[in-house]
Design a protein around this ligand. Structure first.
Ligand code: SF4
Ligand code: MG
Length: 323
């Protein structure tokens, strides 16, 4: 399949201001030179601990945040070059689902208006009646009946609210959905339902997903490929099965070791990382993971490992792999 989305050398730095004159004294390097592509129809999982830059990546792709550097090619166009009008047209094709369905839904709007608003913005219905017909259909597709149309967000459970968020994203018939930790705020019992719903909708609507999560066990089910982020960088990217079978990067190995394994034969030792994720304001030299890496050796604190291909479509950045 063709690439629907290509992210090239993307950087997003946030200025840190201080003093009476609010001068910029440093930068938070939230996303620091990452590249990846998402093929049409696939799901790319983007995984890492909180603060590693996953959400910033998603928002920068959509230009909810302006990139510091880099390109985002969507459907053959560099999104960074588009003016307001062109951007509005492309927003129809790129939608986002947020982590906290409650915070992202206007409490004073009915479900019909929340889901119907994007249809109004993009002039996709002739009149209110046609709009509400469409809303009804979309709500049914996400497992909510017509009887919910005139209710308000607070009347719903977390899982139902996320279904409303999904319906709103889906209303304009997008090509790409960036799902930013769509199940992290939900009860474990509800998470699988929402993930299954997203998978069903992907087939039905031919959607492409960038699925952001802090946990590999969430993306295990839904992803075709997985990219692992650490402190603003992608450290490993490959096919999902390959990643779970043959993780190359020590950080990925530690994330995998934290997933509970039911089968005692497959049980592996938990790799516990020391220390917290360092600040992205002044990230560690060389390999950013070196202060916490159980396998760090001489070059790691001084030389940054290159992100390159070590097997068919298996990319990683670690000096060990060149040994
Ligand atoms: Fe660990 Fe060195 Fe590899 Fe970084 S480059 S992950 S510090 S072994
Ligand atoms: Mg986040």
């Amino acid at each position: 399949a063709e690439n629907l989305l290509e992210v090239k050398n993307l950087k997003k730095y946030f200025p840190v201001k201080a003093g009476v004159f609010k001068r910029t004294v440093a930068h938070v390097k939230a996303v620091d030179d990452i590249s990846f592509a998402v093929e049409e129809g696939e799901t790319l999982g983007l995984v890492g601990e909180s603060g590693c830059g996953k959400s910033t990546t998603g928002r920068t792709i959509l230009r909810l945040l302006e990139a510091t550097e880099g390109k985002v090619i969507f459907d053959g166009k560099n999104v960074m070059d588009l003016d307001k009008k062109e951007m509005r047209a492309i927003r129809r094709d790129m939608q986002i689902i947020f982590q906290d369905p409650y915070a992202s839904l206007n409490p004073r709007m009915t479900v019909a208006d929340i889901v119907g608003e994007p249809l109004d913005i993009h002039n996709l219905a002739k009149n209110k009646q046609e709009r509400n017909e469409k809303v009804k259909e979309i709500l049914e597709n996400v497992g909510l009946g017509e009887e919910y149309m005139n209710r308000y967000p607070h009347e719903f459970s977390g899982g139902q609210r996320q279904r409303i968020g999904v319906a709103r994203a889906l209303a304009v018939d997008p090509k790409l959905i960036i799902a930013d930790e769509p199940v992290s705020a939900l009860d474990v019992s509800v998470q699988a339902q929402v993930v299954n719903l997203l998978q069903d909708l992907q087939k039905e609507y031919g959607l492409t997903y960038l699925f952001i999560a802090h946990d590999l066990s969430v993306v295990k089910h839904i992803s075709d490929r997985v990219a692992v982020m650490y402190l603003g960088k992608i450290v490993e990217l490959t096919d999902k099965k390959e990643l779970f079978k043959n993780p190359m990067h020590p950080y990925t190995q530690s994330l995998l070791s934290a997933i509970p394994e039911a089968d005692p034969k497959k049980k592996k030792d938990r790799i516990v990382l020391e220390g917290d994720v360092p600040s992205p304001v002044d990230p560690p030299s060389g390999c950013r993971f070196h202060p916490r890496c159980p396998k760090a050796f001489e070059p790691c604190p001084v030389k940054e490992p290159e992100f390159k291909e070590y097997g068919d479509g298996h990319f990683a950045a670690c000096h060990l792999l060149d040994k």
